[in-house]
Design a binder for this molecule. Structure first.
Ligand code: DLL
Length: 433
């Protein structure tokens, strides 16, 4: 069981990690050059050959891959192994354009599950635990990834998938689940339902949650932790690179350790593509150095974050990424001002509202409008219009000072915003419809 906490790798000195990355990168570049004509062409266009890549210091010479490349090469154009060697696909939800389909050999699945097992162990999981996986199963990577990780740790795994919230709660109680894995918005919904059932945190057997797949603020973490009486750990990943487990939080809860023996991370300026020094905020770029079937080099995630190598009290030496502050394609530009949904969430939660809100952007007479619909808690709910208008004004003020622009705030009745069992849809941008 201890095999999935690997201090000899996770706590290795920096030079040792870099040497491993260098060796794996050189090998991976050769593999891609030989097996992936799509990427080889990109390298040739940039005038780079595998001989130019002698270590990770040469990474900057390689061309980027973006979601547009994945769409162009769909479905088989970026495969590094013949189909006969592949055993699984997973896919993104494909809300915009073609879905991304990622391929896995048995070896790829194994390494992915190892990464998820590390995340569960970092959240305190052992083979004594009962781990309920309430991420969606199927094409989405959340369910299959954490299911595999949970098996490897030796937890008793409850594969509920998402949905049917009453049944989720029944299993948590009847089987004394100690770890819950799902999106943070679903964790909040499960918590809300438990509260309505009259359950107090002391009556809930859970001790930890492993929540990711969408942006969530520190304020939302605090709320979930208080409602469920647990410690809530963040986990990050994307289908293109395997799924959850690219990085995960440890007990310090100050950023997510990237599994650097499998992925090399860079931060770039999203406009110029220039690599930025450690500590700068920018777009996260990953190179997978162990994947066989879908080996992506310098893949632009569009997630905005910062990397840090500050020593971590947990002893792990792998670089940490901050919670993504947003995505380059999530950022709303409203009347020329950059707005991330996470900034709005922070203001709402700081004013005591639940994370049940929707952001509606429109354009009226050539001017952008921003309308934030926020649910009141049952305790706040009143039919006194004066009180409601006072509360709305207060929130508008909070939003103005955070965003630097005026937003309309509409307070709505408890339970009127649709709950999410997977990734929440926070923004409706009518300008794009
Ligand atoms: O969301 C994989 C996953 C499943 C991660 C379960 C964690 C837990 P995709 O559907 O391909 O894969 O979406 C990937 O989701 O580029 C981020 O923008 C966002 N994302 C994932 N984890 C986090 C997180 C899965 N912890 C995209 N915080 C990524 C913020 C996240 N955003």
């Amino acid at each position: 069981m201890e095999r999935y906490y690997q201090p000899e790798i996770e706590c290795a000195p920096r030079e040792q990690i870099k040497a491993l990355q260098d060796e794996r990168l050189v090998k991976q570049v050769k593999h891609v050059w030989d097996k992936v004509p799509y990427y080889r062409k990109k390298m040739e266009e940039k005038g780079v050959t595998p001989e130019d890549i002698r270590s990770s210091d040469d990474l900057y010479k390689l061309p980027f891959l973006s979601k547009a490349d994945l769409r162009e090469a769909y479905p088989y154009g970026l495969m590094g192994k013949p189909l006969k060697d592949c055993v699984r696909i997973q896919s993104t939800s494909g809300t915009t354009g073609k879905r991304v389909v990622a391929f896995y050999t048995q070896h790829d699945l194994d390494l992915w599950e190892d990464c998820c097992a590390r995340a569960i162990m970092a959240a305190g999981g052992t083979n004594e635990d009962v781990c309920q996986v309430s991420y969606g199963y199927g094409l989405f990577t959340g369910g299959p990834g954490l299911n595999g990780g949970s098996h490897k740790v030796g937890c008793l795994t409850i594969p509920t998938s998402s949905g049917n919230t009453e049944r989720q709660i029944m299993f948590i109680q009847d089987l004394s689940a100690t770890i819950l894995c799902c999106t943070p918005s679903y964790a909040a919904y499960i918590g809300e339902t438990m509260k309505e059932m009259g359950l107090t945190p002391e009556e809930i057997p859970l001790k930890a949650g492993i929540f990711g797949a969408e942006a969530w603020s520190q304020e939302m973490r605090r709320d979930i932790e208080n409602t469920l009486g647990i410690k809530a750990y963040d986990i990050y990943g994307l289908t293109e690179l395997s799924g959850p487990g690219v990085s995960f939080e440890c007990s310090a809860q100050t950023g997510m350790h990237i599994n650097e023996d499998h992925f090399i991370a860079e931060i770039i300026d999203p406009e110029t593509g220039e690599v930025l020094p450690e500590g700068s905020q920018g777009e996260l770029v990953f190179t997978s150095i162990t994947k066989e079937a879908f080996p992506l080099l310098r893949y632009r995630t569009r997630d905005i974050c910062t990397l840090t190598r500050e020593p971590c009290p947990c002893g792990r030496t792998h670089v940490k990424m901050t919670k993504p502050q947003g995505r380059t394609d999530d950022m709303l530009i409203i009347r020329g001002v950059n707005v991330f949904p996470s900034q709005i969430e922070t203001v709402l939660l700081n004013h005591g509202y639940p994370a049940n809100y929707q952001i509606i952007v429109d354009r009226v007479k050539n001017t952008d409008t921003l309308d934030v619909q926020v649910e009141m808690t049952p305790e706040m709910f009143t039919d006194n219009l004066g009180d409601i208008s006072e509360r709305q004004k207060e929130l508008m003020e909070g939003l103005r000072s955070m965003l630097g622009l005026t937003a309309k705030v509409t307070l709505v009745a408890p339970k009127s915003i649709v709950r999410s069992e997977g990734k929440a849809v926070r923004v409706i941008d009518k300008r794009k419809i």
